[in-house]
Design a protein around this ligand. Sequence first.
Ligand SMILES: NC(=O)c1ccc[n+]([C@@H]2O[C@H](COP(=O)([O-])OP(=O)(O)OC[C@H]3O[C@@H](n4cnc5c(N)ncnc54)[C@H](OP(=O)(O)O)[C@@H]3O)[C@@H](O)[C@H]2O)c1
Length: 328
Amino acid sequence: MVTDRYAVVGNPIAHSKSPFIHQQFAQQLQQNLSYETLLIEQSVNETAEQVFKRVLTSLFKQNFKGFNITVPYKQVAFEFAQIKTPRAQLAGAVNTLYLNEQQQIVGDNTDGCGLVRDLTERYQRRITGRSVLILGAGGAVRGVLEPLLALSPSRCVIVNRSLLKAQELAQQFDVLAQQYLPTKQLEAIEYSQLNGQLFDLVINGTSASLQGSLPPLPEQLFTPNGWAYDMMYSAYPTPFMQWALLHEAARALDGLGMLVEQAAEAFYLWRGMRPNTDVVLEAVRALLRNNAPVLENIEFPPEIGGYQGRPEPTRFGDWEHKGRCIDY
Ligand SMILES: NC(=O)c1ccc[n+]([C@@H]2O[C@H](COP(=O)([O-])OP(=O)(O)OC[C@H]3O[C@@H](n4cnc5c(N)ncnc54)[C@H](OP(=O)(O)O)[C@@H]3O)[C@@H](O)[C@H]2O)c1
């Protein structure tokens, strides 16, 4: 029997958890497939974009049935796809590729659905009628706006260092804002305008956590039951999660659930089957923890933890603080 092949494409790619996640899905659903990482970089004669298009075209003609696309190729994948799904068109980016029955290359974007499923199904967080603040205006935010707006939050605000980028996004999603928001408007603001505003849900879609830093946030940002969600994930709670908990967020989540859910949606597009994502999330969380460096001089504020070194393999325990918790 021929084994169907899949891969995640990016640069860098060695750190990707996608092979582990998809292998877990395949095992769970008894699917005969392989899933690899594929590093694409420029060569002497070709740009990285040209290499991307040449290599993927060739692999689709072999046994490869689909690809996940990550940084920095989501826009390249968008151009490469012959058919773009409506959610890919709205996102202007593609994170999943596959062939349809006519052997055309289809590009989809499952990031937004991954975030919404993690929040609303796994954590049962109601978004309808609640105020939402989104930090950042890059590719990840663009990908999640449509499914978030479709849930009709009471208001939705984008804040970004570059106000122009936030305003452009607000403009592009204006039709959806008018359709879904009671305020009829997706608001775009600068960080200095956050003073005095409180939100039920604050989603960090910036890449600040990647640099170990935080956007310039005011002292008060959360309503009494306000939640924080960092699209980034890591072995340790991200700077934004730590900040949120110390600033009275009721709960702080990282983006590992989003990663698993967007992968599950891609798996569904490829195989027509939905895996149980809870068990896979637990497994990938354990993998992250086990590979985490032991922190000798832990710098997390003592109020939200107090452990030394490697985190304990419990889901909520380590970071419980005054009845609030980091899901970690
Ligand atoms: N969990 C998942 O499945 C998943 C999926 C996709 C992405 N992500 C995560 O989402 C994050 C954003 O990814 P992306 O692809 O959207 O990146 P991107 O397109 O490069 O956008 C980065 C955004 O972050 C802002 N930013 C960067 N550093 C900042 C800082 N120090 N303070 C304030 N704002 C800062 C940028 O603001 P300016 O415009 O002003 O420069 C921009 O809005 C990353 O952490 C990525 O890992 C997670």
